[in-house]
Structures are given as structure tokens and as C-alpha cells.
Ligand binder design. Structure first.
Ligand code: ATR
Length: 277
């Protein structure tokens, strides 16, 4: 009988009202004519495990996990993929038929898929990647850049010890540059990534000097509100190839949707429009 239930998925966070994930998944469900639904669930950390254990009994096939639960979920899941362990966080759960909860991290996949779609000529191995920021998003970015073949990562963060900690985890491919010198690392970089919240609507302004940006470098900003950030505007003016951060949000949703609903969805102009509406 269970197989005839309408599959449900969702996103768990606290707060959650801002999440655009329901727009993405509902757009795909409609586009592909699939039965199912995707809802936003506001859950406090003290209730997280109870909720996670209850959802499969209610017809949920899996959920996305967002702030602030992406780290805590690793202790609740029964199976954690190697890449989620490496990144130290999970964002996608699959409720398996045998009752086990499987946790994966698709942020790195989403980051790389977005770059490949937005900058088709991008070659990870042509030169160093400059990464600004050393928070949770930076961990996924660094892991996936190394996995994609980048051999040198220049990492700069306002709080230097957090960058040093990432270097000690990810190894000799990572070099730490002082935050006041962050602009200098752009001169060599063929890939530039902002993983900080700088430049986001309502956050502090992006003030890293950008005159070192190289013509032809691929520049991406994880900030997608606004869509065209100051970094991307400056990179465009410097002759770089720019990729906005909205695509990462869309691409990271692909593996979960495919596992839960059985169709691998396309990230196209209509998907972007659905999220921007
Ligand atoms: P996320 O999971 O999105 O990476 P996070 O873990 O809170 O979020 O990390 C936010 C990043 O933005 C950090 O690198 C943070 O720098 P610190 O480690 O020094 O806090 C960076 N960031 C936030 N506000 C900043 C500011 N005003 N100036 C410089 N960096 C800032």
C-alpha cells in the first residue's frame, strides 16, 4: 500500500519562511507531471531527531536540511556519505525503505554543476582558485574544487584561524592568505569564489579590492540576493566570465529531487524564473 502514497519531501530549518526550495521542487513536480509535494518545515533543534524519525511514517521520502541543522543532522542520520563527512555537514536526507536515514551533501555538486553550466569552458586545473570565506559554504566549495581537479587553493578569511583550520583538514593544496591581502590573491587566480555573506542584501558591503581580477578568470558569488553582486559587476567589467549564485541553489536540489521523485530535473531558464517570481 505504501507504494501508492503520494511521495512527500520538504526542507527543515529554523527559521524557514525565507526558503526558496519549495518553489524549485514544486516547479519541477509540475513540469514533469509527477505526483508529490514539497513543504517547508520549521523545526527547532531540540525537536529535530523526533521529527526526522516521524516523517517517514507520514509518507515523506526525504528532506533537505538547512541552517541551523546541517551539522547536527550528521549525528542523527544512520548512514553519512564520505563527502558529507568531509564537508562536515549534510543537506539532503533519503528515508530508505529499510528505515535507515541516509545523509548526503549536494552543495559541492551544486557549486560545480553551476560553474560548468554558467562557464562551459571552465577548467579547474588551469590555475589557482581564490576562495573568500571559511564558513560552512567554503568547506563544500573547497572539497568540490579539489575533487574537480583544482591543484591550488588560495584561501582568505576575516578570522584567519578558521582558514588555517580548513587548511589543516584539506591539506597542502590550500594556502592561507591574510584577509588584508585578499585582493592580491586575485592576480593569480583563474577561478574566484566569494563564499562570505558580504554583498548580500542586508549584510556588510563587499570591500575586498578587485583591481587584481584577471581577464578570462571565472568568477562566482554564492550570494544570489542581489543576483548581480558588486563582485560580479566588477568581474564583468574586468573581462571575467561571471556565474551568479542562484544556479548553485538550483543545482544542489537536483540529486535529492531525482532520488525522491524518480526524474532527474533540468536546471533551465524556467527553473530560474520559478524561483525569482
Ligand atoms: P556559510 O555557511 O554561508 O558559509 P558562515 O559559516 O556563517 O556561513 O560563514 C560566513 C562567512 O562570511 C565567514 O567566512 C565569515 O567570516 P568570519 O569567519 O570571519 O566570521 C564571512 N563574513 C561574514 N561577515 C563578514 C564581514 N563583515 N567581513 C568579512 N567576512 C565576513
Amino acid at each position: 500500500m505504501t507504494d501508492h502514497k503520494i511521495p512527500l519531501a520538504g526542507v527543515i530549518g529554523h527559521p524557514i519562511a525565507h526558503s526558496r526550495s519549495p518553489l524549485v521542487h514544486r516547479h519541477w513536480l509540475k513540469t514533469y507531471g509527477l505526483p508529490g509535494d514539497y513543504v517547508a518545515l520549521d523545526v527547532r533543534e531540540s525537536d529535530l531527531e523526533d521529527v526526522i524519525r516521524t516523517l517517514p511514517k507520514m509518507g515523506f521520502v526525504g528532506v533537505n536540511i538547512t541552517i541551523p541543522h546541517k551539522v547536527a543532522i550528521l549525528d542523527i542520520a544512520d548512514i553519512v556519505t564520505d563527502r558529507a563527512t568531509l564537508i562536515g555537514a549534510a543537506n539532503t536526507l533519503i528515508f530508505r525503505k529499510d528505515g535507515k536515514i541516509h545523509a548526503d551533501n549536494t552543495d559541492g555538486y551544486g557549486f560545480i554543476a553551476n560553474l560548468r553550466q554558467g562557464a562551459p569552458g571552465w577548467k579547474p586545473s588551469t590555475g589557482p582558485a581564490a576562495v573568500l570565506g571559511a564558513g560552512g559554504a567554503a568547506r563544500a566549495v573547497i572539497a568540490s574544487l579539489i575533487d574537480a581537479g583544482t591543484t591550488e587553493i588560495l584561501l582568505s578569511n576575516r578570522t584567519r584561524p578558521k582558514a588555517e583550520a580548513l587548511k589543516s583538514e584539506f591539506g597542502s593544496k590550500v594556502s592561507v592568505i591574510d584577509w588584508v591581502q585578499a585582493g592580491n590573491m586575485l592576480e593569480e587566480a583563474t577561478t574566484v569564489v566569494n563564499t562570505t555573506s558580504l554583498g548580500m542584501t542586508g549584510a556588510a558591503e563587499f570591500r575586498v579590492p578587485l583591481d587584481g581580477l584577471r581577464r578570462g578568470a571565472v568568477v562566482t558569488d554564492l550570494v544570489y540576493a542581489p543576483l548581480r553582486t558588486k563582485l560580479l559587476e566588477a568581474a564583468d567589467a574586468a573581462g571575467c566570465v561571471t556565474v551568479d549564485g542562484l544556479g548553485m541553489l538550483l543545482h544542489q536540489a537536483v540529486p535529492g529531487f531525482e532520488r525522491w521523485f524518480g526524474v532527474r530535473p533540468e536546471v533551465d531558464a524556467a527553473t530560474r524564473a520559478a524561483v525569482l517570481e
